[in-house]
Design a protein around this ligand. Structure first.
Ligand code: NAD
Length: 246
């Protein structure tokens, strides 16, 4: 069965949309006729090489006021934002006693506080339009914890509470907020921080390692009208089925 979306006239902002899962989502939104804004601290111009439906922007989501100015500019430029996906994340691997307060706070700013700052702009905009969806990412580490990943795991747990609170505040206005734990996915965020042994653990015993192509359809569902009755949900992909191998 082939699933097709029609994203014509839809504006989707993907923070952390330069690489990995966010980049895959930008490409799929463009493919479906929508406009994707790929905003990343490491912008990826190749995404716009073969399409005018992807706009590449440089953005540091850890700079709250800068993020708010950016969203206001996109609203002014395009008239509206239909969906905002916060995919940007960092995961320094340090023991707690070795982590500087500066590093801890930077992880909080990039992974967690970014959603607070973005929501301050997006909630008034989307509730006024009675339309819009916000999506961000949790992680299995939110409930298991992980040695040397305390800051990352903490933000990924807190994001569940924040997105569910956004969902409660926006529920009367038809605006939606959902969060996905995508499962271990073969991107820089998996291969970068994890040692060879850790990667092997996830591949063999930890539920498996998935691909960007497997996660993007779940995101398309969450930002599309197919999920218009779904809000405050945590979609958790703990075990991975590879459809092409099943
Ligand atoms: N890959 C996995 O195994 C996995 C597992 C669970 C959750 N997640 C979550 O999925 C989301 C997407 O991760 P991914 O796997 O595609 O990783 P990725 O590293 O491929 O992509 C993350 C993107 O965020 C960007 N970024 C980092 N800091 C930024 C900043 N300050 N401002 C703007 N952009 C910034 C990076 O440049 C990169 O393009 C993340 O929120 C991550 O926590 C991933």
């Amino acid at each position: 069965m082939k699933v097709q979306y029609d994203f014509r006239d839809r504006v989707v902002v993907v923070a952390g949309g330069g690489h990995g899962i966010g980049a895959g989502l930008c490409q799929e939104v463009a493919q479906a006729g929508g406009r994707a804004i790929s905003a990343d601290i490491a912008p990826n111009p190749t995404l716009a090489a073969h399409t005018d439906r992807i706009q590449v922007e440089r953005l540091d989501v850890g700079d709250g006021p800068g993020l708010q100015d950016f969203l206001q500019r996109i609203i002014a430029e395009h008239g509206h934002i239909d969906s905002f996906v916060q995919a940007a994340a960092m995961q320094p691997r340090l023991l707690i006693q070795e982590m500087s307060a500066e590093t801890w706070l930077r992880v909080m700013d990039v992974n967690l506080n970014s959603l607070f700052y973005a929501a301050q702009v997006l909630i008034p905009h989307m509730t006024e339009r009675r339309y819009g969806s916000i999506v961000t990412f949790s992680s299995g580490l939110a409930t298991t914890g992980w040695a040397k990943a305390s800051a990352y795991a903490t933000t990924k747990a807190a994001l569940v509470a924040l997105i569910k609170s956004i969902a409660k505040e926006t529920l009367p206005f038809g605006v939606r907020a959902n969060i996905i734990a995508p499962g271990i996915t073969d991107t820089d965020l998996f291969t970068g921080p994890n040692s060879e042994d850790e990667q092997e653990f996830f591949r063999v015993r930890g539920g498996g390692v998935g691909t960007v192509d497997e996660v993007v359809p779940l995101l398309m569902f969450l930002i599309s009208d197919a999920s218009q009755s779904l809000t405050g949900a945590l979609l958790s992909r703990d075990l991975i089925i590879h459809p092409q191998q099943a």
